[in-house]
Design a protein around this ligand. Structure first.
Ligand code: NI
Length: 185
């Protein structure tokens, strides 16, 4: 089943191992991208899409596949890991900057491919502006709220070496998904 449309040529699919919490690359501040529209950048992004799609992720940051550069991708379209969530546009965001547009914060459950099996309740700004570049160097500037704003804040945190448990106020709200959200047989 295809959950996210990924453009790839059969046989070239490249799903990378995802680093897990504790790996030092996930704790580093990632380097800005200095050259756009390059084959090297396109390969990194293609590998990120293949990896995100294979694991049903809502987003992925380059450090999660071991590349300490300021590149994130996100996309939510009929994702089985997030069944009740509004769609988030399919986006490549490079060298991002975020600013909060109000002080309002909302708590909701997050997961992360680098923290497999767990979910945690995380407070985030509900409305943000974000700015960055796509892979061709074109400026992206958007206002986002709700889950879209949450995904962007989560992914951009990866570029600062921050994983969502570090954003949690109440560690009693960190747990295994199957215990927190038991499913009927
Ligand atoms: Ni994550």
């Amino acid at each position: 089943m295809t959950v996210i449309s990924v453009k790839y040529t059969p046989g070239t699919m490249s799903v990378k191992p995802v680093l897990k919490m504790g790996h030092p690359i996930l704790q580093q501040v990632a380097q800005p991208v200095t050259e756009f529209n390059t084959a090297e950048l396109d390969i990194i992004i293609a590998d990120m899409y293949d990896t995100m799609a294979a694991l049903d992720g809502a987003g992925l940051a380059a450090p999660q596949i071991g590349i300490s550069q300021q590149i994130v991708i996100f996309c939510v379209e009929d994702n089985p890991r997030y069944p009740d969530i509004e769609p988030v546009p399919d986006t490549v965001l490079i060298n991002p900057e975020i600013s909060a547009l109000s002080d309002e914060r909302v708590s909701d459950w997050e997961g992360c491919l680098s923290v497999p099996g767990l979910r945690g309740l995380v407070s985030r700004y509900n409305k943000i502006k974000y700015r960055g570049f796509d892979q061709n160097g074109h400026i992206i500037e958007r206002i986002a709220d709700n889950f879209h704003a949450r995904v962007v804040q989560h992914e951009v945190d990866h570029l600062a070496g921050i994983l969502y448990p570090q954003r949690m106020d109440d560690m009693s709200k960190l747990g295994f998904e199957q215990e927190l959200f038991p499913r009927d047989e």
